[in-house]
Structures are given as structure tokens and as C-alpha cells.
Design a protein around this ligand. Structure first.
Ligand SMILES: O=C(CO)[C@@H](O)[C@H](O)COP(=O)(O)O
Length: 223
């Protein structure tokens, strides 16, 4: 089973983003955290910046929108060429309609849920999405501790994938380290966002390699 390692540039140096995208070229996707200081109490960047990141990134962009009113902005990121655009269930009134708009533009559509949000209402909607992001911290900041209590949501998603004959990517984000990536992979996650554990490592390639190895071993043992 293949796993994907997506370093989050939230932990990169914001005045050297081109350089810091270059140092994660052995990863699968660059995870781009868009925050609006309304949906979350932090502010990062918008379409103008993400368009330039798209121009210079050696790997495709996995855009995570932590914003209110994603209906207004998510299609813009898809039009910029993002590989995937993930919006939050908590800030969307009609997630299926928005996912269909993103897919029509050519992006993969992702649905994210915060630690306190139940996954059950979304399980039957899985065919409408390409990935589900189960947040393993409260969204807003890097460097927080992994919340293991959300693991039953991954179990439910993995079971729904099997039941429906789907391969919707199951992504986790927040507090991912060499230890916690194993826990998440054992519960069915296959796409891993890691900010500080990659960017704070002395050798980013090595950190990506080790995360990939740990996740792959745990996934193999799960099956
Ligand atoms: O979306 C977020 C935070 O809201 C993440 O993508 C963080 O950037 C992850 O950082 P680490 O927990 O891996 O340091």
C-alpha cells in the first residue's frame, strides 16, 4: 500500500519559501495551510502567494483551507493548479456541491474535519471526495501534540472505504512524528502531513524517508 508524505510549509521560513519548497522535493506533495484569522486564530496567505508557490514548487500542492466561506475561495485555488483543495466541513453548508465544483475544475476534492467533529454524517458521502483530512490537532498552529482520541474516525473511514469499494485517501495533520505516524497508519491513514518534524529536522530528506518508512511498515502490518 502506498503512503504519501506531505510536509507542511507552515513550519518553513516564510521569507525563503522557494528554498524551503526545494528542500522537500523527495516528498509527495507540499501541504499549504491557508488560514484567514476567522475560521482559525491565525493568518497565513492567500491566492496570490499560493499562485507563486505553484509556479516554483518542485512537487504538487495540497492546499488546506482553514477559512470561512470556502465556497468563495476554494475554486480559485483549483484554478491556480493545486493538485488537491481541502475545505472544512464546519465552514461549508453544501460540501458535496463544492467538491463537485472542484472536481469539475480538475482538482482533487478534500473534506477536513476538526477533532471535535463527528465523521458519521460524512461516511456515505465518501464517493464525492478524493481525500478526507482528519485533523489530529486543533487547526491553527504547528508544533502541537497529536490527539490520539480521533483514531476511531480513521477506523470508520477505512471501513467505509472497504464497504463502498473506494480508495479515498485518508489524511492526518498535526503532531505527526515517527511515533504518531505509526499509530495513524495502523488506523488506516495513508497520507501524512508533517510540519515541524520535517522542517525542524537537520536533514529534511532523511526525515521524509524515515516517516515514509515508518508509515509503510505500519500499513503493511495492518493488512
Ligand atoms: O494545519 C495545520 C495546523 O493547523 C498543520 O498543517 C500544521 O502545520 C502541522 O504542523 P505540525 O503539527 O506537524 O508541526
Amino acid at each position: 500500500m502506498s503512503v504519501r508524505i506531505n510536509p507542511s510549509i507552515l513550519s518553513a521560513d516564510f521569507v525563503n519559501l522557494e528554498r524551503d519548497l526545494g528542500v522537500i522535493s523527495s516528498a509527495d506533495f507540499a501541504h499549504i495551510d491557508v488560514m484567514d484569522n476567522h475560521f482559525v486564530p491565525n493568518l497565513t496567505f492567500g491566492p496570490q502567494m499560493v499562485g507563486r508557490l505553484q509556479d516554483v514548487s518542485p512537487i504538487p500542492l495540497d492546499v488546506h483551507l482553514m477559512i470561512e466561506n470556502p465556497e468563495r475561495w476554494a475554486p480559485t485555488y483549483a484554478e491556480l493548479g493545486a493538485f488537491s483543495v481541502t475545505f472544512h466541513a464546519e465552514s461549508t453548508t453544501d460540501p458535496v456541491a463544492l467538491a463537485r465544483r472542484l472536481r469539475a475544475i480538475g482538482a482533487r476534492a478534500g473534506l477536513a474535519i476538526k477533532p471535535g467533529t463527528d465523521i458519521e454524517p460524512y461516511l456515505d458521502l465518501l464517493p464525492e471526495f478524493d481525500q478526507i483530512l482528519v485533523m489530529t490537532v486543533e487547526p491553527g498552529f504547528g508544533g502541537q501534540s497529536f490527539i490520539a482520541d480521533v483514531m476511531p474516525k480513521l477506523d470508520a473511514l477505512a471501513a467505509a472505504n472497504t464497504r463502498l469499494g473506494l480508495d479515498v485517501w485518508l489524511q492526518v495533520d498535526g503532531g505527526i512524528t515517527l511515533d504518531t505516524i505509526v499509530i495513524a497508519a495502523e488506523h488506516g491513514a495513508n497520507t501524512f502531513v508533517a510540519g515541524s518534524s520535517v522542517y525542524n529536522a537537520p536533514d529534511r530528506d532523511q526525515a521524509i524517508l524515515e516517516l515514509r518508512h515508518a508509515a509503510t511498515s505500519a500499513s503493511v502490518h495492518r493488512h
